[in-house]
Write a protein that binds this ligand. Sequence first.
Ligand SMILES: Nc1ncnc2c1ncn2[C@@H]1O[C@H](COP(=O)(O)OP(=O)(O)OP(=O)(O)O)[C@@H](O)[C@H]1O
Ligand SMILES: [Mg+2]
Length: 242
Amino acid sequence: MGKVIITASGKGGVGKSVFTVNLGAVLAERGVKVALIDMNLGLRSLDIYLGLENRVIFDVADVLSGLCAYRRAVIRDKRFPCLHLIPATQDRGKSASAFCGEAVADFYARIGECYDYVIVDGPAGVGPDMTRAAAGGSVAVIVTTLENVSLRDADMADRVLSEAGVARRVCVLNKVNRDLLRSGIFPGFEDVSTRVRAPLIGIIQYDENINIAANCGFPIVIQRGSYIEENFNSIADRLISL
Ligand SMILES: Nc1ncnc2c1ncn2[C@@H]1O[C@H](COP(=O)(O)OP(=O)(O)OP(=O)(O)O)[C@@H](O)[C@H]1O
Ligand SMILES: [Mg+2]
């Protein structure tokens, strides 16, 4: 059974989806089988971040409603033979369907029979959509920036995920700007451990190349030897060892 990793945040826009595609890509480059599942129902993004938006036919809602087997919704990425995507629905009507957490957990378990890692891109917030997306997850990566609001929301997400039964929760700091960090306006790394209970397992800088790559439909880690690829590989190592 593959490991089910949930990305969450509390605050929106912190970089969960970009994190998900890059984590998936570094793992897939190692030859392990990775399924990315976009659970941001109604607001999908992994398809665009991977440049696969023109290949979407079936989606998560079609699978959960029993319209098709999950294999029919899988999109293969030619650049990463081991990386597969199941996109979220973009249809508000379909996403409003009452899929319960149990059905979602069962869906992940079925996929986990064929993949080493199932990485779920969850929605922002700490409401029912997030807890449903987290159902059956064994590890959650809570992505946060160093902003006070984002840190507080990350800690709230940690608490809600714990209550939802996600046993291991870790935190990744994203969009870190070293100049702002030095200015002292933003909390320092040492503050993160006091403000977010989940242990910090990685730091990713703010880098406009990440933003550009996402908008052009490729994971930035495709560019070998960059410090960003190194950061993602270290995070992947820590997640594997959990
Ligand atoms: N480290 C980074 N450096 C620069 N830009 C980044 C970085 N990480 C993410 N971004 C940019 O931030 C924006 C939001 O990223 P993303 O969509 O991954 O956030 P999200 O948390 O998934 O948002 P939502 O809560 O809406 O799902 C995107 O424009 C993305 O390219
Ligand atoms: Mg997102």
